[in-house]
Design a binder for this molecule. Structure first.
Ligand code: M6R
Length: 612
């Protein structure tokens, strides 16, 4: 989704802004632009449809000097992707320039009103409406810029993270946010701005995460000032971020997605670090909120996409070990259907980015109804992490590839830790079972390394299947959400239609699709459902379908029937998703690479879905 970068200081702004935009490319976008104020006091805006490199081409023969600037990558919502609709947008006088993430929901009404007063618009965007409104208020009410921004934002319905330049006041950037993330980096007499910390961490580790309806004024030679939209002065909470630059670069891999798949053993170690001791699993969230969590009558998991799939595994874990009923809801549905939720419920919100608009709205609704909210996020300091009552970070490091991989296994791991810790509190697990799961969990990072050795084999077999227009993924029990996740990965990056099903449902419909062209990925590991899955495979083969089976090492039965077999090390059934997911991630990756697709930034998708 859209990206924001800003700089105010003593260095050339342009290279910092362009580098920052490149760091935000992973969010997905369709156009880019930059505004710079040079030493003569001129404000120049350059924009391009396409990638940041297209913007660089546009700028190659332009005046790009200046130590203050703002830049943006746009993911179209109002108006097609084009240079005109790209940000920054001028106000009518061209004194102001704005960049904006989010959606101004009442833009049409405001625009109509401004047009009736003689204001002219050049783009179709809701963003231009905001900058025109700010200027209109500034001119007609004769207010300073900060007050005009406050007045304008009080009229606005929707979500925004904005940054504003005023060419008459070149040593200043004004920024504000509501329901769309914005981070300010504080350097030595310089300020940086980003929609996340990735464009900033190269220069400073001191950051301020703005809260909803906060407005920041950055002025050269002065401390950061923060107010709310009612002009109440606030103390900015300066935090130190701990992100290593290497974590957001490719480290020798051709794509972020492959790097992130290979990082999973280390990610899992980081996720478990300090949380498993001789005494067992310790999560500070449970220590601090034992009462609410251990006595919950019901858990409701809200999430979207891959995080929702992790939630389906969480349901099985929590119900198995804690004997508490669990519902798993798409956050987008939950928020609009007046769900039955109350103070006895604990809502678990799962989100890698911590910025997903639907999940945030679901949290807000559940809070209003009195539920206690537990968050599982990756992005530190993200909106969801701050909106929840407590939570556990997955600590897998920044995920750049749009297709989520290491976040999924991190989420499943936290859900497992949560289930074990709560089960112990509630005495719903035997000591023996508890110790066995912990023992095998600690072995998962090594087992993952073993699984990653199939990379070459999966790359080879992926070439065979690039012809396919459809794929079916089947699994049972813990493997059913893994099948859904495998299908989602393939769809997202190879654009091949894929569906995940509980294997037993095959005969209730999907079996009609099977013919000699249909690849069927079956998770057929050695567990209680083995015989049943074996029958499913035989049914597929009887119809000449192509079976790619994920089996437990040394399986001698399925390896004779299936067309392709990928082996996993033996582990406990509840831990199988952590291993079985990896070959499916690799399959999606290699099929997409063979088809020449943009693996890290697939079409139409955004990393962080901050709008509905
Ligand atoms: O950041 P979140 O975990 O809240 O994101 C939810 C989904 O948008 C996300 O998982 C999406 O489905 C990914 N592209 C999956 O690869």
């Amino acid at each position: 989704m859209c990206g924001i970068v800003g700089y105010l200081g003593h260095r050339d702004a342009y290279p910092i802004l362009i580098k920052g935009l490149k760091r935000l490319e992973y969010r997905g976008y369709d156009s880019a632009g930059v505004a710079l104020i040079n030493d003569n006091g001129d404000m120049n805006i350059y924009k391009a449809k396409g990638k940041v490199v297209d913007l660089e081409n546009v700028c190659s023969d332009k005046n790009i000097s200046g130590c203050v600037g703002i830049a943006h990558t746009r993911w179209a919502t109002h108006g097609e992707p084009s240079a005109i609709n790209a940000h920054p947008h001028y106000s009518e006088s061209k004194n102001l320039a704005i960049i904006h993430n989010g959606i101004i929901e009442n833009y049409a009404q405001i625009k109509k009103n401004l047009i009736s007063k003689g204001v002219h618009f050049v783009s179709e965007t809701d963003t231009e409406v905001l900058v025109q409104l700010i200027e209109y208020i500034q001119v007609h009410k004769k207010l300073d810029l900060l007050t005009s921004v406050q007045v304008a934002l009080r009229q606005v319905i929707g979500a925004y993270a904005i940054a504003l330049l005023d060419k008459r006041n070149p040593n200043q950037i004004i920024a504000a946010r509501k329901a769309s993330p914005l981070v300010i980096g504080i350097g030595d007499n310089e300020f940086f701005l980003g929609s996340d910390a990735s464009p900033i961490i190269e220069y400073t580790d001191k950051v301020v995460y703005l809260d909803d309806e906060n407005i920041a004024v950055m002025r050269l030679g002065e401390d950061l000032q923060v107010t709310n939209i009612d002009n109440v002065k606030l103390n900015p909470d300066v935090q130190t971020v701990d992100i290593d630059l290497g974590q957001i670069e490719k480290g020798g891999f051709p794509h972020f997605m492959l790097k992130e798949i290979f990082e999973q053993p280390e990610c899992l170690r980081n996720c478990m670090r300090g949380r498993i001791s001789k005494k067992g699993v310790v999560l500070s969230a449970i220590t601090d909120h034992r009462e609410q969590l251990a006595n919950a009558k019901r858990f409701i998991i809200v999430a979207c996409g891959t995080s929702w799939h992790a939630g389906l595994i969480g349901k099985q874990l929590l119900e198995t070990f804690c004997r508490i009923p669990v519902e798993v809801e798409y956050a987008s549905e939950f928020r609009y259907r007046n769900p039955v939720v109350g103070p006895d419920d604990v809502v678990i919100a799962i989100s890698q980015s911590g910025e997903t608009a639907d999940t945030l709205a679901a949290i807000k609704l559940a809070k209003e109804k009195g539920a206690f909210i537990y968050g599982i996020c990756n992005a530190i300091g993200s909106s969801i992490a701050r909106a929840t009552d407590t939570g556990t970070y997955i600590h897998v490091g920044p995920e750049i590839g749009v297709a989520s991989t290491k976040a999924f296994t991190g989420q499943v791991t936290v859900l497992l830790l949560l289930s074990l810790a709560l089960a112990k509190e509630r005495q719903t697990i035997s000591c023996e079972e508890y110790n066995k799961v912990v023992k095998y969990l600690l072995k998962v990072p090594e087992a993952m390394k073993e699984v990653l050795k199939v990379n070459k084999r999966v790359a080879d077999l992926s070439r065979i299947f690039t012809y396919a227009h459809n794929f079916l993924y089947l699994g049972r029990g813990y493997s059913y959400p893994v099948a859904l996740e495998g299908a989602l990965k393939l769809k997202e990056i190879s654009y091949i239609h894929a569906e995940g099903y509980p294997a037993a449902e095959m005969k209730h419909g999907p079996i009609a699709l099977i013919d000699s062209d249909m690849p069927v990925v079956v998770i057929a590991t050695h567990n209680e459902m083995y015989e049943k899955i074996l029958s499913n495979i035989q049914e597929i083969k009887a119809r000449k379908g192509k079976v790619i089976a994920i089996v437990t090492k040394d399986d001698e039965v399925i390896s004779k029937i299936a067309d392709e077999v990928i082996e996993l090390p033996d582990t406990l059934e509840c831990l199988e998703p952590l291993l079985a997911t990896i070959p499916l991630q690799l399959l999606a990756y290699h099929v997409a690479v063979c088809k020449g697709k943009n693996v890290d930034q697939p079409r139409n998708l955004a990393k962080s879905v901050t709008v509905e």
